[in-house]
Ligand binder design. Sequence first.
Ligand code: ADP
Length: 217
Amino acid sequence: MAQNNPVYSGKFVTFEGIDYSGKSVQSKILYQKLVDHQIDTLLLRDPGATAISERIRDILLDKKNHEMSVWTELLLYEAARAQMVQEAIIPALTAGKVVICDRFYDSTTAYQGYGRQLDLATVSRANLLGACGVTPDLTYIIDLDVNTAIKRRQELNEKADRLEAESPEFQNRVRDGYLSIAKKESHRIFLLKGERSIEKLSQEIYNIFNNRFKLVE
Ligand code: ADP
């Protein structure tokens, strides 16, 4: 993938990890901290964030769609992403905003590449299309043991969506996939231990952000 987005004045930050690793909590905390410092920030989730992408998300996560081919799944994720990139991310980055996204193309590499075991080079090419060449400037991967993630879901008593309902073996392949991705792109990706408290993690995330971008006085 291309390195950085030199034409954009904004910063693009993504959160990655298996379900229940804490991405959504941490992306909201970082968003709030930046807003509190008067930094113009947009918080998005992938797939989603635009009307069209949210509709594609519903198709992707609906457990009734058990006959969905893995290639359709891959392309729907890319289609939802392309719409979000064109409609929301590029305009915001061009306007100099910080864009925080809960998941981006590393999720596709981890889930469809490592989890579904599709050819990684093909997934990478699909990712280039879906992301329209846009690359995160900074990515946090929150690493969590699959059993801990399952316990968190049980505590919340939430129903699993189509991807969450996959076997622990699948979730472990995804987790290992994320660890491989982190090793390959250490300049962009910070690997965080997800078992620590929400407070400790959010402080580390904020420190990394400040060290990288120096936007906060
Ligand atoms: P994700 O977006 O990765 O699926 P969430 O941010 O929605 O995960 O968190 C899933 C659940 O785990 C929530 O109930 C959240 O409060 C809890 N949680 C998140 N981070 C932590 C943490 N560091 N320690 C304990 N529980 C956590």
